[in-house]
Design a protein around this ligand. Structure first.
Ligand code: ATP
Ligand code: MG
Length: 559
């Protein structure tokens, strides 16, 4: 993508409207600085893509900056593997950060902020257990109860906080809490915990710390230290905003960022929490984070989705303040639309049925010139070999066809794409009655796929010549879940689609032999496919990225 700055125009979403107003009023000195703050505890998913497109997109549109900040304040679940994967994902989507930060780089500063709050009488060390703290929090209708340790003097608090850091107490023995208001109608303001003791190895700071700041405490000063102007986060943080503002107001921070919440992306037939995605991987319901059925960025990438398609999708769904559910068909539509432009066509037969043309010379091999992408003639043509023995798709033939089946059947004539009209004359079966071969004739006067006498056929089939075809493994994917909202009625695992992966041995036209992992094609009539990294010199493996039409009935009538 280019790095030119485009002025936003009418039809702005509420976030871009706020930013435009802030620039006009001179707030934040007219600057725009955002950040994308993932916790490195898993791979990014399509929901994160929405946040990435928003944060980096806004920065680009307003001539601002966007940082990538790893929110690594929870040592137990975080790993360096995820840090590297997340960087790759952001770059793959087409974005680059202005600065790379880790919340853990601020640990010393955050500790100093804790000390400042204690000095100012705004924080205290509490010695209640986690359970006691929870049960004294109160409810939406009842105020909380003040801790007996709330009145500890500044000196004692400072000393205890120092000893917490020095490792003199057991895990969980004490916490640092903000002293705000135990009767606040907002539970987040009832003396929230800021620091806890936790002996856990951190992926970057190793064992330097045994106290760790909570997300709610770390995030506002981290934003401020990076001079973030607009801290965009998802709606569940709306009730945390008063605490965010309280911290920005009570700490000596170099800037005053503003938190703005937007609705997270929810997709039908998809689970999106990192916890569940991790379970799917660990319990082997899928083959890793990059399984093409996963809604992770690595999964979508391996499946053959393009960054352009994902970005277009994110732009189209937009940002709003209210939660909603987006039909996954919209994502698939964006993928199809983009792949249509960029994918050369080839012919491949996923479930081959042998056809012999009785009246075609044994030793003849013709080649037919076929367009690489009929919608974009500039993409040229290729030559596809044709011969007496061919494969067609097994489902393109029916011995006893119902009324609406227009493809090949005994006595019926159809077109083989770009080649000839052929007519089925007989069916060959094995001892158990399974069809093994079709005997057909071809009409030489239909060379190139059209009859000289103007006669019409109702179907055009794709085909490959047996001798010159190459074998390839084809992985056909269906939705990972059968329920629109997995887990709405029971454990989400019960909604897993047990038939979400089918493997076939297909035959492809020889031009596919040169394909390399990541290459994308449209297999005529079957869908968009891309070469999987599991491919070897001996055998190509293809993933079906998406079918040509929405096969989930709702949008398309009939097949
Ligand atoms: P999950 O709930 O899937 O574990 P998370 O919110 O814990 O996600 P983070 O790594 O903390 O994951 O998220 C980084 C950023 O991405 C946050 O600003 C978060 O709000 C945003 N984000 C996460 N999920 C979505 C989503 N479904 N839609 C939009 N933004 C999201
Ligand atoms: Mg989170």
């Amino acid at each position: 993508m280019d790095d030119t700055t485009t002025e936003p125009t009418a039809g702005l979403d509420f976030i871009r409207t706020i930013i435009t107003e802030d620039r006009v009023s001179g707030k934040h000195e007219g600057r725009v600085a955002t950040r994308f703050p993932p916790e490195p505890n898993g791979y990014l998913h399509i929901g994160h893509a929405k946040s990435i497109c928003l944060n980096f997109g806004v920065a680009r549109e307003f001539g601002g900056t966007c940082n990538l900040r790893f929110d690594d304040t929870n040592p137990a679940r975080e790993e360096t593997e995820f840090v590297e994967a997340i960087k790759d994902d952001v770059r793959w989507l087409g974005f680059d950060w202005d600065n790379l930060h880790f919340a853990s780089d601020y640990f010393e500063q955050l500790y100093a902020y804790g000390v400042q709050l204690i000095r100012d009488g705004c924080a205290y060390v509490d010695s209640l257990t986690a359970d006691e703290i929870r049960s004294s929090r109160g409810t939406l209708t009842e105020p909380g109860r003040e801790s007996p340790h709330r009145g500890r003097g500044v000196d004692e608090n400072l000393e205890m906080f120092r000893r917490m850091r020095a490792g003199e107490f057991e895990d969980g023995a004490h916490v640092l809490r903000a002293r705000i208001d135990m009767a606040s109608p907002n539970i987040n303001l009832r003396d929230p915990v800021l620091y806890r003791i936790r002996r856990a190895h951190h992926h970057r700071t190793a064992d330097a710390w045994c106290i760790y700041p909570l997300y709610d405490f770390a995030h506002p000063p981290s934003d401020a230290l990076e001079h973030i102007t607009h801290s965009l986060c998802t709606l569940e943080f709306e009730a945390h905003r008063p605490l965010y503002d309280w911290l920005v107001n009570n700490l000596t921070v170099p800037a005053r960022p503003r938190q703005i919440e937007f609705a997270r992306l929810n997709l039908t037939y998809t689970v999106m929490s990192k916890r569940r995605l991790l379970e799917l991987v660990q319990e082997r319901h899928v083959n890793g984070w990059d399984d093409p059925r996963m809604p992770t960025i690595v999964g979508m990438r391996r499946r053959g989705y393009t960054p352009e398609a994902v970005r277009n999708f994110c732009d189209r769904i937009g940002v709003a303040k209210r939660e909603n559910m987006v039909d996954v068909a919209h994502l698939e539509h964006a993928v199809r639309e983009d792949l249509n432009k960029r994918s050369p066509r080839i012919m491949g037969v996923v479930d081959p049925l042998r056809v012999v043309l009785d009246n075609y010379p044994e030793d003849l091999t013709e080649t037919f010139e076929i367009a690489n992408n009929p919608e974009f003639p500039s993409t040229g043509t290729r030559r596809v070999p044709f011969a007496r023995e061919l494969f067609i798709e097994r489902e393109d033939f029916m011995e006893d066809p119902p009324k609406k089946f227009f493809r090949l059947a005994p006595g019926r004539e159809v077109r083989l794409r770009g080649a000839y009209f052929v007519t089925c004359v007989s069916v060959v079966k094995d001892a158990r009655g399974a069809i093994t071969e079709l005997r057909c004739t071809y009409d030489p006067a239909t060379r190139g796929g059209d009859a000289a006498d103007g006669r019409k056929v109702k179907a055009t089939l794709h085909w490959v010549a047996v001798k010159t075809s190459i074998e390839a493994e084809i992985r056909l994917y269906d939705r990972l879940f059968t329920a629109e909202t997995p887990g709405a009625e029971h454990d989400y695992r019960e909604d897993l689609n047990t038939d979400s992966l089918q493997v076939r041995m297909a035959r492809l036209e020889p031009s596919a032999a040169a394909a390399a992992p990541g290459d994308r094609f449209q297999f005529e009539r079957l869908g968009y496919f891309c070469v999987d990294p599991d491919s070897t010199d001996r055998r190509l493996v293809f993933n079906r990225t998406v079918t040509l039409k929405d096969s989930w009935a709702r949008f398309s009538a009939g097949a």
